[in-house]
Design a protein around this ligand. Sequence first.
Ligand SMILES: Nc1nc2c(ncn2[C@@H]2O[C@H](COP(=O)(O)OP(=O)(O)OP(=O)(O)O)[C@@H](O)[C@H]2O)c(=O)[nH]1
Ligand SMILES: [Mg+2]
Length: 437
Amino acid sequence: MNNSDTIFAVSSGSGMAGIAVIRMSGVKAGSVLASVAGSLPLPRRASVRQLRRPQSREIIDQGLILWMPGPLSATGEDVAEFHVHGSAAVIDAMFEVLRAVAGVRLAEPGEFTRRAFVNDRVDLVEAEGLADLLQARTEAQRRMAMHHMLGHASSQYEAWRTELISLLARAEAAIDFVEEDGVAAAALTDVRPKTLDLVARLSRAAADADRAGALRSGIKVVFAGAPNVGKSTLLNLVAAREAAIVSSRPGTTRDVIEVPIVLGGIPVILTDTAGLRAEAGDEVEVIGMERARSEVSAADIVVWVTSADVAEDIENAVVPALKVLNKSDLPGDAQGMDLKVSAKTGEGIADLILNLEKLVKVRFGGMEQASVIRTRHKDAVEESIRFLNDSLLHDAGHIELAAECLRRACFSLGRVTGRVDVEDLLGNIFSEFCIGK
Ligand SMILES: Nc1nc2c(ncn2[C@@H]2O[C@H](COP(=O)(O)OP(=O)(O)OP(=O)(O)O)[C@@H](O)[C@H]2O)c(=O)[nH]1
Ligand SMILES: [Mg+2]
């Protein structure tokens, strides 16, 4: 991969479409655009042009072109766009022309965004937000992605890091005065409560990371319970399609079945599992039950299903978010259950869906604005917390050790957005600093 190459790719989706956008970035974008479109248009103004093969002058297509010279472009480099008709033949002809120019090649996956990062147009968190936005299926995912793509999450990380740097600045300022009675101790007295407070806030954000991650990838709602209670029937009703096989024979479901749906704008993965009972019929059922148990333990929300005609009790290990008695059309006791439904008559099914929607909203809806949402983020924040806690272990006599821990804590946080220039910021902060404060 040569970073000085000019790169191009179809930036619109694949497959036949009305319009395909071919995007180019790099030093040759301008000259190639001019040679295909006749001349360079005004920057950042759409113009209609006939697009020609540079040598034969044969017209390939007629379309819109855009010229966005760097550094104020998406990648920070010179960028050109061809909005051509979206057929394979037009795209092939355009590619042939572009590829023929020395130093111009097809982009690798993510290369435009990578260049945007290298040229400081986006940071890592914003780039991740863009990736998430491109994959967003639901409203919640879109909002979450925007929070990251627009830099709001980055601002949060920057705010934490700035706090950290000012703590570091205080500690460093005191280092020179270790010999002098009381100065270092006074600095630490000032730094300690602020460190503890920051640790508390970072810990809360890290603790929310798993729920935020679930919202990002889809909340796992697992239907579990004894065999034959109607788990598969209920799941099919909630999903509004025949995803799982239903039969009157206990032990019908063996494999884990996942059905993605959307509840109140939130992505949910409905998961059907094999019925759990004390004595399994055969080896396949045993394996199915093992899988069911591991799904239950990995679930974000467990819906425990029972029915009047099946006398199996809740397994001790399970903590269901919702307990549903199915087959309410048959005589039975609904004591201790949250909901009474009948997949047969439809009684309570709308309620079941409403309850599920409420559950995912209450538990996960608030996570749309979370900034710590990926394992990468969580690991870095937790590392930062460890260094902050370490810094508290050193007393005034070893304030330089405390400062080193704070410096590392800063570095861990900075890695999340890709900003690790502690020294620069320290310089800034120091310049406004008067000793003793
Ligand atoms: N009367 C009545 N029968 C129901 C109801 N819901 C499901 N059934 C029947 O109960 C039987 C079992 O339904 P399933 O959905 O396969 O049950 P399951 O819990 O998935 O069973 P396993 O996969 O074996 O664990 C089928 O014959 C369904 O038609 C209901 O509300 N009322
Ligand atoms: Mg089933």
